[in-house]
Design a binder for this molecule. Sequence first.
Ligand code: 1QQ
Length: 392
Amino acid sequence: MKFAAVVTLVVTLFAGAAGAENVSKPIPIGIAVAQTSNVALFGQEQMNGAKVAEKYFNISGINGTPIKLISQDTGGDEAGAINAFQNLVSKEKVVGIVGPTLSQQAFAADPVANRLKVPVIAPSNTAKGIPQIGEFVGRVSAPVAKVAPFAVTQALKLNPAIKRVAILYAQNDAFCSSETTIFQQAVKRQKLEIATLQKFMTTDTDFTTQATAVLRAKADLVIISGLAADGGNLVKQLRQLGYKGTIIGGNGFNTTNVFPVCGKNCEGILVAQAYSPLAQNPLNKAFVDEYRRTFIKDPPQFAAQSFTAIQLIVEGLRKVEIATKKKITQLDLATVRVELNKALRKGSYMTPLGEISLDAEGDINQHSFYVSKIKMDISGKVGVFAIVSVVK
Ligand code: 1QQ
């Protein structure tokens, strides 16, 4: 045999062996969210929700075979997300990935998984264009286009006198830029005036310039698209400078971790939400009970969405076993990833978010939403999201 032929044969055998590699037991599911940096204000809640899901779904597993969460910290930036995804795909050989935390990270990391044909379920990526990254990318986080306008409608219901709106957003974040576009459209549809449009960075800590501009513009509604640390500080400084009107916070305010940031100044912020612990369905009840037992508090939206992402992968894997009449661990990894991706887009799921499904592109169909108002207790440290309206 000629040298080239030998090389070809060896390469072919090697590739064949790698291709035939079976899924390991317990079945590894990747979770790549932020456990460090400011973005961990969201990521911690996502890990909590995923851990509750692992425990809950391992009561029966995938027809008896347990799943195992493999977590990889993404930190708060794109490089960290890419690195986490590569590790989970190539080293940990996961069947699918739940993550990353930010849309900004998803636009960088999802193409890596998509190229390698590994299904990704985004637990919290709400920017326009996420499912369109590729055929292996889906989400259980309802897009800003769907959710954000509910907060504007509600603000006007509570205060029909609102006329002048200040819009502020973090210009270095994909979700914030996407969400502010939706807020601006909603405001124009309501025939309100955009009295000032202010930009900031998610890394900023001093918002004097923006807060001063809001006061000078005599705005009676402020709408903020930021993340929790910057957004919370912006609210605090706005109130300290004397702004008295209504404040809407976007999805970056959807965490109880924002409460210690703005403290008593969080009072009254309106936030549209894709989840409520009060939703009446058996799985939500089981989720809320287990979450309360473990963390001694109600689950927030980001925890519910990561629980739901794991649920879809679990139910998807069960469907793959039915379709192939084989155990997941008897199938090769590449086949499971491709079949799982198809299964995820079939049928509907009864989840803590209500009944949902993924469309052909992987985007979520969801029917129940909420607008809540932050209520802080007398200490100014502890708060709740109190529902002011349910949108169905
Ligand atoms: C996104 C978001 C963030 C607020 C998630 C934490 O919605 O990045 O899309």
